[in-house]
Design a protein. Structure first.
Ligand code: T1G
Length: 710
């Protein structure tokens, strides 16, 4: 095995080069830290060496501490990691200049390491950041104390509390970077190191002049806190990061580090950080599909076509165009095509206004979208995404046409959100090329892509879609074929329970408030209004014959639809909407629901917010358990990643299955059993949940056991 850290010298022997080599991202495991310390000591003692260059091998400098170590620390299996902070003091105290050379990322501990060095140089593509808050923690090795000394309080608070990286150019402007090298970074850094050997050493921790901004400190921190409370609602780490940076203005560097350390450990041991770290690895795990090897051949996808220029089709065309794909966009007639293109243009315009894209970028994206009314050019594209109205007959008609027009080997994907992908595939002579790609609305914004595996979908087709998802900036999650797949199948019981609660006497605003306070991006009633209540109404009408007699069904939403209240699009649903689509509680709806409930003989009572949350979230969990047992989701983490990226589930709770694991499956099961006794058939506990609860296990353990069996 290669050494994790290599020490060498340049050709004149006066500059030592320390190379960190811990692929793939040079994470600072305890062994790396230990070896860097050893190399620093050796280079420090070498009388020929006048300066030191610290650099990373491979694709990046250092992506931070090794995140895998955190679980070992919190479970008491390891106390390592304590060597990092002293190493930074050691580097800073060295009488020879240490120049860090950054390419790729200097994140977290990587940036902290860089800030302890005396000089920083970088390749222009480098990015620097303290992204710890995204893992529910804060910088833990002096980052909150050194960063404000280099970039000032305002920027330091922003970087530590929001976790967004900055470019090397921005770093240069802020004073965090000394020089940028367009050419070979190492030779540039060595030459630079030689240049600075005669200069006096400056220690970052002793630079205090940027720490004071004449009596305005409080305002900086207050407004950062306010922003964190709204933009990172419910998360503790951003507030802790702000407290830690604030400490830098009140005390010595060493005392500041102690405050940071205390806050860091509080965050590290919190449930929030465990959930966010789980989500970090989960997002990478979902890309791994047990029966599809990494080496699976990919189908080259250079161009795509989208059928249907409605809300979804237009959004999907934008997703591909933004990622550099030429897109053929097909509609049935000119007015529909013009309408679709008009919406796309308006969406781009608003992105320019909000500063997300420049006009030049938008012009380029638009030029990639080629409108058409025929299938004539479909023979040339590598992948088609069908996004026509959600009806089986129409979808089959489109797929028969695609079968006729597209070349063999092209991927034929359907953006269906509920329909049977095998039945759609049966309209073609090549079901092996057919797959579901379920985008979420608005498609150009939401990160989730459910990739639906049909009975015949080829492995190459699946692997290619997973890769295409990554290319267009989506998190692709592979799911099995069933009504609603994973996300919508679980969302059904969740929203049904919200209606039951309303019919039993909970106010509409109380239901939404309870789930919003739990951390959901929106309450279930407001979500229904946004998506359109008529969608579910139509589906329920179509499937009414499948409902078991005697099983309670909600009715309030159907009655609202009968009154023409479809949600935001008609200006009224559970709420009323003004011009700006702002939800206003509607007492009339509240009265109607009470009246209907009384007529149906449903006793009215006060319902606590705890009950609202339990009944809604456990409805997700119970259905999730069924999905897991049926193999519709590959692992519990796949369900969680779907809920975090497509349904506004709070990231700091890790997703519904992780959340249930943290509550304890025994507790969840007992509550669901109570609900079953109280509310009947629909609450029948999922057999898997019962089994795991009785065995004292978690969903995560179940998924691990399954992986071992496979
Ligand atoms: N530790 C361990 N593994 C890591 C890692 C890390 N810091 N970063 C990435 N990996 C793994 C990842 O799981 C994947 O593994 C592989 O590397 C490639 O990653 C003391 C407290 C750097 C922008 O939060 O943001 O420092 O799936 O697929 O798209 O104060 O990884 O291949 O087995 O994401 O090119 C702070 C987290 C840590 C940075 C690269 N640092 N990483 O993106 O590849 S806390 C972070 C990233 C800390 C100090 C503290 C990204 C990336 P596998 P990838 P990528």
């Amino acid at each position: 095995m290669e050494h994790l850290v290599q020490l060498s010298t340049d050709q004149y022997k006066d500059v030592a080069i320390i190379t960190i080599n811990n692929p793939p991202v040079n994470a600072l495991s305890p062994s790396v830290v230990h070896d860097v310390a050893k190399a620093i000591e050796q280079a420090g003692q070498d009388s020929e060496v006048r300066a030191i260059v610290l650099i990373g091998a491979g694709r990046t400098f250092v992506a931070g501490a090794d995140i895998k170590e955190f679980g070992k620390i919190t479970s008491g299996k390891s106390e390592r990691g304590a060597e990092f902070l002293p190493l930074l003091f050691k580097i800073e105290d060295l009488p020879k200049p240490v120049v860090v050379a950054i390419h790729g990322n200097a994140f977290g501990g990587g940036l902290e390491l860089a800030m302890a060095c005396h000089y920083r140089v970088a390749a222009p593509n480098a990015q620097l950041g303290q992204p710890e808050v995204k893992l529910g923690i804060i910088p833990g090795a002096g980052g909150t104390q050194r960063l404000p000394r280099l970039v000032g309080l305002v920027k330091a608070v922003e970087m530590c509390a929001e976790g967004k990286p900055i470019t090397a150019w921005e770093a240069k402007q802020l004073g965090l970077m000394d020089r940028l090298f367009e050419g070979d970074l190492l030779s540039g850094a060595v030459a630079f190191a030689r240049e600075v050997t005669a200069k006096p050493i400056v220690k970052t921790r002793e630079c205090d002049d940027k720490l004071k901004i004449s009596g305005q400190d409080a305002a900086v921190f207050d407004s950062a806190r306010e922003k964190a409370r709204t933009k990172q609602r419910g998360m503790k780490a951003p507030l802790a990061a702000i407290d830690a940076v604030e400490a830098s203005t009140r005390m010595s560097f060493e005392e500041g580090c102690q405050v940071e350390q205390k806050l860091f450990r509080e965050c590290l041991f919190s449930d929030q950080s465990k959930a966010l770290i789980y989500a970090f690895f989960g997002e990478r795990e979902v890309a791994k599909i047990p029966d599809i090897p990494k080496e699976t051949c990919l189908i080259p996808v250079k161009s795509v076509a989208v059928v249907g220029a409605g809300t979804m089709g237009g959004g999907i065309a934008m997703v591909f165009a933004n990622a550099g794909f030429p897109v053929l966009l097909k509609e049935v007639d000119q007015p529909a095509l013009d309408h679709g293109l008009g919406t796309i243009q308006r969406n781009y315009l608003s992105s320019v206004k909000r500063g997300r894209f420049t006009q030049e970028m938008v012009d380029e994206y638009l030029s990639r979208i080629k409108p058409t009314l025929t299938y004539d050019e479909f023979g040339e594209v590598d992948m088609v995404v069908e996004a026509v109205f959600e009806g089986m007959a129409l979808k089959k008609e489109v797929f028969a046409q695609l079968d006729h027009s597209c070349k063999r080997g092209a991927i034929l994907a359907s953006n269906t959100s509920t329909l049977n992908i095998d039945e759609i595939a049966s309209a073609t002579t090549r079901p092996e090329s057919v797959i579901g790609t379920h985008f979420f609305s608005p498609a150009n914004v939401m990160r989730l892509l459910e990739i639906v595996r049909g009975r015949a979908s080829r492995k190459e087709v699946i692997a290619t879609c997973m890769q295409v998802a990554k290319k267009v900036g989506k998190v692709g999650v592979l799911v099995g074929n069933c009504r609603g797949f994973v996300g919508n199948r679980m969302f059904g019981p969740y929203r049904r329970e919200a209606q039951f609660l309303a019919e039993e006497g909970a106010s509409i605003t109380a239901i939404d408030r309870a789930l919003y306070d739990f951390g959901m991006a929106m309450g279930p009633m407001a979500t229904g209004d946004l998506a359109g209540l008529d969608v579910g109404w139509r589906i329920r009408k179509e499937y009414r014959h499948l409902e078991k007699p005697g099983v309670r069904q909600p009715f309030a939403e159907d009655r609202l639809c009968e009154l023409g209240r479809y949600g935001q699009k008609t200006g009224a649903g559970w709420y009323q909407y003004d011009e700006s689509r702002c939800a206003v509680p509607d007492p009339e709806v509240q009265d109607l629901v009470h009246k209907w409930a009384r007529e149906a003989g449903i006793p009215q009572r006060n319902i606590s917010s705890d009950e609202i949350v339990e009944r809604s979230i456990y409805a997700l969990v119970n259905e999730g358990a069924r999905i897991l047992e049926e193999g519709i989701a590959q692992r519990a983490v796949d369900i969680d990643i779907i809920y975090l990226n497509g349904y506004g589930f709070p990231s700091y709770r890790g997703g519904p299955m992780w959340y249930a694991d943290t509550v304890g499956l025994k507790n969840v099961y007992e509550r669901i059993r109570d609900f079953h006794h109280q509310y009947g058939e629909l609450w029948k506990p999922a057999p898997l949940l019962k089994r795991l609860a009785e065995d004292g296990k978690t969903f995560a353990q179940f998924s691990q056991d399954q992986a071992v069996v496979a």
